[in-house]
Design a binder for this molecule. Sequence first.
Ligand code: NAP
Length: 246
Amino acid sequence: MLTGKTAVITGGTRGIGAAIARKFAAAGANLAIFATRGGEAAEAAIASCRELGVTAKLYLCDISDASQVETAAAEVLRDFGSVDILVNNAGITRDNILPGLSTEDIDTVIDVDLKGAIFVTKAFVRSMMRKRSGSIINISSVVGLMGNRGQANYAAAKAGLVGFTKTIAKEYGARNIRCNAVAPGYIATEMTAALPEEARNELLKLLPLGRLGEPEDVADAVLFLAGDSSRYITGTVLKVDGGMYV
Ligand code: NAP
């Protein structure tokens, strides 16, 4: 249970992040959610968490912009006092084979998926140090472990998150701050919805468990890493991929 804890979830308005937010809310955590866009869908996702009896607030913040992150983090700390759990989930893709990737495609993916997680962690780690307690979970990808044609920028960013995770685990373990990564495989969200039927069927053949993942499959693993059941686990990468990469 996460009763009374405060969790920051980046990208908690859709897909995997929204599923994490709902799981955390059901476990009793109050939520600070970062996303770049508000609007009806984002508000509805957050309202569904509030219906579970917790405080949930949206902070409009582009995590690739260090000054926006600083401002939003200060607001969160003012609103909630301190932070117990941070889930660096927000991420984007700009896929193409290497010659087709523009400098902007490369910069944007690395800025959001890798630097964004670093900025947000930097903004909250002092608060966790003061509490001598914290759990940080970075959402990487199996693509960061195994590579994938057409995703050089994304794979590099997601592999970078693994190195970041291990470093934070070492840097802050003595302060009782744990840091782990989750590496999802192919999960059915807006990010993966564009996959053509044929490619989807080919992919299913590669999955020992024979189905695409659901956001809730990932959220359950994140809930485990966030709470006390994983108290002696830090610096690890937990694959949630239906056996895609074994
Ligand atoms: P999604 O459905 O596209 O949702 C992405 C979330 O991130 C949205 O809430 C989005 O909100 C937010 N976001 C995007 N850019 C942002 C920025 N610059 N600043 C703040 N928030 C930002 O993605 P998803 O499929 O749930 O993926 C979630 C995470 O899992 C990502 O890190 C992804 O790489 C990883 N992952 C996904 C899969 C998969 O198969 N789906 C597999 C492996 C790993 P706004 O648009 O409002 O900013």
